[in-house]
Design a binder for this molecule. Structure first.
Ligand code: GMT
Length: 375
């Protein structure tokens, strides 16, 4: 039995989902898991005797202009390392979590190994900032092991940050017990979707990098040929821009803005096609969630997306911003039931063969064992 500390962003987001699901699956296989986060991870929705939660508390002393959250986190990590005698502290994101972990390791008396998983934004956004680059490099170099969620992210990390440390690719996974096709009866009707209408879905945090406007422009072209509805799931900075664009294009009755949703697998289960037109995406966990629910995907030739979608088999890859091609592929797929059915089945098979949770968790377990036994 290993004792593992996990730090991630506990709010909605792919990295938080991966970190929490990984902890829950490891607890199930007998390891002891200690989440060290600012609030309860949103996916931590099951009780398990092997799971513990340590909240990072922040005191608002008037002497501090800004409350020093990162230092409070490092302090909490050090406390947990010593009290629980952690074997591994697995942090998600180099900035700031790996830096906090390194500081915590210095403070703690008990020896712990640090594993850092890179999810993208720390490299592709923060890494471009020269003032942070050295710090990110330090976090990566001082970790005992580093993983990234795609080959593309490894390459970007080496190019942008300039590290020559070995970075292991461990792909993301989904909880297959939650993500499978299971259409709740009457749900289409409740949303006003006709039985003869196709459903296109987009799920994101509506950040600029997600290019939600490209999804809407693509749908605008699709619906001219295919009777269909577009479901937009999620919320974020570009939400109102998207809302206005839908109105401007006269699509109000065909686009459903659902905001943040808990049971996304229900919505995927009524969907025929998923669109992800991002300009930055280290993996695209939402694609995998869709494929697990038998939904083929169209995504951009960006970051890790081509490692997730098997072009012409489980969906299509288009160049960034190529709305015409995205619409052409969508129409081609949606108007041919036999082809659509084959893509759906292949999407599920692809998810099972390459991103099966059991195999991915095993890769993390092997990595932990390697670094524990190495020193
Ligand atoms: O995409 C986001 O804005 C959220 C971010 C996160 O922290 O969850 O996603 C990143 O990590 C996910 C899990 O590994 C990946 O699936 C996303 O592709 C990645 N986002 C970006 O690279 C922009």
């Amino acid at each position: 039995m290993k004792k593992i500390g996990i730090t991630c962003y506990p709010t909605v987001g792919g990295s938080g989902i991966i970190a929490t699901e990984l902890g829950m699956l490891m607890a199930k296989q007998g390891d002891q898991i200690h989440f060290i986060t600012s609030s309860l991870p949103f996916r931590l929705n099951r009780v398990h005797p092997n799971i513990y939660y340590h909240e990072v508390e922040l005191n608002h002393y008037p002497v501090f202009q800004y409350p020093p959250f990162d230092l409070a986190l490092a302090n909490k990590m050090a406390e947990v390392i010593d009290q629980e005698k952690l074997d591994i502290l697995h942090v998600h994101y180099a900035m700031p979590h790996a830096i906090c972990a390194i500081l915590a390791k210095d403070i703690a008396k008990h020896d712990v190994k640090i594993v850092t998983t890179l999810h993208g934004t720390d490299i592709t956004v923060l890494g471009i900032d020269h003032s942070l680059k050295k710090m990110i490099r330090h976090g990566i170099e001082k970790s005992d092991a580093v993983t990234a969620v795609s080959n593309s992210l490894v390459k970007q990390t080496k190019d942008i940050i300039g590290v020559d440390k070995n970075i292991n690719v461990i792909y993301n996974f989904v909880n297959e017990e939650e993500y499978f096709k299971n259409e709740p009866p009457g749900i289409k009707q409740q949303y006003g979707i006709g039985p003869d209408e196709k459903v296109i879905i987009h799920i994101s945090n509506f950040r600029k990098v997600k290019r939600v406007e490209d999804v809407i422009y693509t749908f605008h072209k699709i619906q001219k040929n295919i009777k269909s509805k577009l479901i937009l799931v999620g919320d974020g900075p570009e939400y109102s821009e998207a809302y206005h664009l839908v109105g401007k294009l006269g699509l109000t009755n065909q686009v459903l803005f659902l905001g943040k949703q808990k049971k996304v697998s229900d919505l995927l289960s009524i969907s025929d096609l998923k669109l992800l037109m991002s300009e930055k995406e280290s993996f695209g966990l939402v694609l995998l969630e869709a494929m697990s629910c038998e939904v083929p995907c169209i995504g951009t030739n960006v970051g890790g997306i081509p490692e997730v979608i098997d072009h012409n088999k489980t969906g299509y890859i288009i160049e960034l911003g190529d709305i015409d091609k995205a619409a052409e592929y969508s129409i081609h797929l949606l108007e041919d039931e036999t082809l659509l059915d084959r893509f759906s089945k292949d999407a599920l098979a692809h998810a099972k063969n390459h991103f099966y949770s059991h195999d991915i968790v095993q890769q993390y377990t092997d990595l932990y064992d390697d670094i524990i036994n190495k020193f």
